[in-house]
Design a protein around this ligand. Structure first.
Ligand code: DX5
Length: 214
């Protein structure tokens, strides 16, 4: 089933970025790094030029909420990483996927709330997974959009591996897992809690409970 809780690193400084990675590194195999350019979304995170090295053994997904995703793939150039690119920012999705591969990365397609599943379905065979935004991208701490569950289900039934991102917490994980999501990117549900290990465990249990009480 491959249920995975993925801490989302939304940082404005190198120190905050490093502190968050250190906090969760012992408990997960993968982190998601939010990259915002202040144009695609009204928020701007730490420029990739200042990203500290990702500890070896920890895999990274880069969630590119930017107007020019391929420019950021080149800037980040983290071999073997997954780049979650928004279909809303791409002229030619197929060409972007192959360019990411040529640049040594793997592509995933991110769908903002107003973008239908059909935007990603033709590409499922060429991508790692689909990231279904369960908030409007740009900020942490927003409320989960349950209205995204039919989209999660549609993608899951089409054979996609589905990650959700936004308002992930105990309760919403279970709902999204029931709809077919298997990966859950979470920021405030982990970093606003005193014990990240416990927070991650609780989210994992919530996801697993969806399948036991299916
Ligand atoms: C939303 C970002 C998310 C966000 C999640 O714009 O892409 O990764 O950081 O934050 P929470 O988990 O607090 O909703």
């Amino acid at each position: 089933m491959g249920i995975e809780i993925i801490p989302a690193i939304l940082s404005y400084t190198k120190e905050d970025f490093e502190a968050k990675v250190r906090l969760v590194q012992p408990y997960v195999k993968r982190i998601q790094i939010d990259v915002m350019d202040g144009k695609f979304v009204r928020n701007k995170t730490l420029d990739p030029a200042f990203f500290p090295p990702i500890p070896s053994g920890l895999e990274a997904q880069y969630h590119l909420m930017v107007e020019d995703p391929l420019d950021f793939v080149k800037k980040i150039s983290h071999k073997g990483a997954i780049y979650e690119v928004h279909v809303e920012a791409l002229e030619d999705i197929g060409s972007a996927i192959s360019q990411i591969r040529k640049l040594g990365g793997k592509a995933a397609l991110a769908l903002s709330p107003d973008t239908p599943a059909q935007a990603a379905i033709p590409y499922l065979g060429q991508i790692s997974h689909v990231l279904v935004m369960t908030v409007y991208p740009g900020f942490s701490g927003q409320k989960y959009l349950a209205s995204m569950e039919p989209k999660i289900k549609e993608l899951s039934l089409a054979g996609a591996k589905v990650e959700i991102d936004g308002g992930v917490e105990v309760g919403t994980v279970r709902r999204a897992a029931k709809a077919g999501a298997t990966m859950f990117a979470a920021a405030s549900a982990i970093f606003s809690k005193p014990d990240p290990k416990k927070a991650i465990e609780e989210l994992l249990q919530d996801a697993l409970s969806a399948h036991s009480s299916a």
